[in-house]
Design a protein around this ligand. Sequence first.
Ligand code: SF4
Length: 421
Amino acid sequence: MNTPSRRQTHQVKIDHITVGSESPVVVQSMTNTDTADAAATAAQVRELSEAGSEMVRITVNNPDSAAKVAEIRQRLDDMGCNTPLVGDFHFNGERLLAEFPECGRALSKYRINPGNVGKGAKGDEKFAFMIRTAAENGKAVRIGVNWGSLDQSLAKRMMDANLASPAPQPPEAVMKEALIVSALESAEKAVALGLPEDKIILSCKVSAVQDLIQVYRELAARCRYPLHLGLTEAGMGSKGIVASTAALSVLLQEGIGDTIRISLTPEPGTSRTQEVVVAQEILQTMGLRSFTPMVTACPGCGRTTSTVFQELAQDIQRYLREQMIVWRLQYPGVENLNVAVMGCVVNGPGESKLADIGISLPGTGETPIAPVYVDGERKVTLKGDNLAAEFLAIVCEYVETNYGENGRKRDRSRIIPIQTA
Ligand code: SF4
């Protein structure tokens, strides 16, 4: 598959993760627990990590939260979870970092919003303190500008200059430019304060798709810092997923974006991990990364009158994703597996032959049999009420044979050596 070449950036190391053009696009997420509740926050970080989040941001908004960051890190280490933690600071970050130095040491990266640091000389002092703390601790910083909290003094300065110019731009264009200038000027200040360029990541989040694309294209053209992509306040359900996908896909296709987060509002009762799944699926369907075996399924139509086919497609998808917690270590390369679940013989055998393993269920009026294809060849024909279990057994056998110890599809470059004492 042809994939777009990435925009060249500095490489930013965040513990064992590298963010930049020489590394795969990194998936991030953010907790919604109270950080002061160390047990709940550590549990959610672990859950997000197991779902595939490679970095997790936690809010550090008050002394109770800052006091628990080191404990959260320790709890995660004790669970064997080494996912880097990013601290999200607003308004009082310098005070929290000063009062709780262990918090600054336990975090792997700080997110600083220049619009929420403070105004004038006082704001400059607070920003400088946070940057110096990051530099002393050897931590990376994301300078994260947000449309909803843009530095008002900068916006005013640029608006005034625009009004005084002979050919004023529309206010919206000036505001977009102000977002970019805020990120770039803050990065410049951070470097002058002693933070190396390869410790800086930038983001300029807005909530409208076309604005995000425009802002990031411009930001990408003006610097070599890695960029964190995300549509802020994307929303809930399909609207949030579609808007984020639309915006991020355009940018990723242009090689822009080194780390992504999908800012979904979880529907009541749903897992926070959905934002990780969506981020992975964007990257995987674009051919940029592989995370979990893909299930190709037809939409179904009047030829499929029962729900057997929908249930099988759903069961297989869920099963494969759940197995990845274990499989990603046991069967390197299994994330490239393709499984087809098709509703009838119209396209069923054709798609099944193209996949690694495919099943074509009987449509209305067809003989009640389900041919299974393995590596393009018809291997077996299933019938009866136990189709799902029998098909899953064939998938598991295929995984063991092809991605196990001596499997021909095993990705040997990804085998993680076992650490010995
Ligand atoms: S493969 Fe068969 S069941 Fe599925 S959409 Fe096509 S015609 Fe309909």
